[in-house]
Design a binder for this molecule. Structure first.
Ligand SMILES: [Zn+2]
Length: 274
């Protein structure tokens, strides 16, 4: 059994066949957490989870790239439906988190990839994301839930915030799709966080980071529909392809696949209390 700790069957890419994809996953003993990145996607993740007795869970939150700061031109695509929000509506998110299928707050964090060009605007842009993150950390504390972090080109800032806010993150969390360096990995682990690895390990060289990360700190995920492992041979990723990620980690760490499977599943169950 494996748990895909970061899936997006709540996105439009799966609007026609989410149930089929879930059936395939459950048949192969792959459980999943569908992660929200804005209100509609968060609500959808909860709705999907509630349809199933076991194995399907939800996380809710507003992803930093979906915060409309008015400072960058947003790239509109159709994979997630309408997704930009001007403010974080705390109570609205808190309301959907009442479902006992909600196991985390996320994905939340910092993403400086699409940033404004001028220094002044860049600073405001970063501050807006930091303010959003603090509000969402408050929600996780309020609801006593762990956190799923998204971080792109912003590890020093995220580490600094987490060090200051440690008291608000009692239930721990995971830095999903980890692509930082070894020093950053160490910093997160020192604070007790897990590192999430997915198909990006087939694109970026993360071998040294994976080697130095103890199994007890690793979570596996797909981030489907994105980041398809090349062995899956389909354009759209899905939870069953998580086995390729687990196999690759086993190969890099020279540990047998059963151990990776067992330990990462235990890690996920412990962190998300499932
Ligand atoms: Zn994601």
């Amino acid at each position: 059994m494996l748990i895909d700790t970061h899936a997006h069957l709540n996105f439009d890419a799966f609007k026609d066949d989410a149930d089929e994809v879930i059936r395939r996953s459950l048949d192969e003993k792959v459980w999943m957490i569908n992660v929200g990145s804005h209100y509609t996607a968060s609500k959808k993740a909860v709705e999907i989870a509630e349809k199933y007795e076991e194995g399907i869970y939800a996380s809710i939150g507003l992803h930093p790239i979906n915060l409309d700061t008015g400072l960058v031109k947003m790239k509109v695509d159709n994979t997630e439906g309408s997704r930009f929000e001007r403010e974080f509506d705390y109570d609205k998110y808190k309301e959907i988190a009442k479902s006992n299928k909600v196991v985390a707050i996320g994905e939340i964090g910092l993403d400086y990839y699409w940033r404004p060009k001028t220094t002044a605007k860049k600073e405001i842009f970063k501050q807006r994301q930091k303010d959003l993150l603090l509000k969402e950390l408050e929600l996780s504390q309020d609801l006593d839930l762990p956190v799923i972090f998204h971080c792109r080109m912003a590890h020093p800032d995220l580490i600094e915030i987490l060090k200051k806010e440690a008291s608000k993150i009692k239930k721990g969390g995971v830095v999903h799709c980890f692509t930082g360096n070894q020093q950053e990995a160490k910093e997160y682990m020192k604070m007790g966080f897990y590192l999430g690895f997915n198909g990006i390990i087939f694109k970026f060289d993360l071998k040294e980071v994976i080697k130095m990360t103890p199994m007890e700190r690793i979570l596996v995920e797909t981030d489907c529909p994105y980041l398809t492992p090349p062995q899956f041979k389909k354009e759209r990723n899905e939870p069953i392809a998580i086995k390729y990620v687990a196999e690759e980690i086993a190969k890099i760490k020279k540990i047998n696949l059963d151990d990776i499977t067992k330990v990462t599943t235990q890690n996920a169950k412990k962190l998300f209390a499932i």
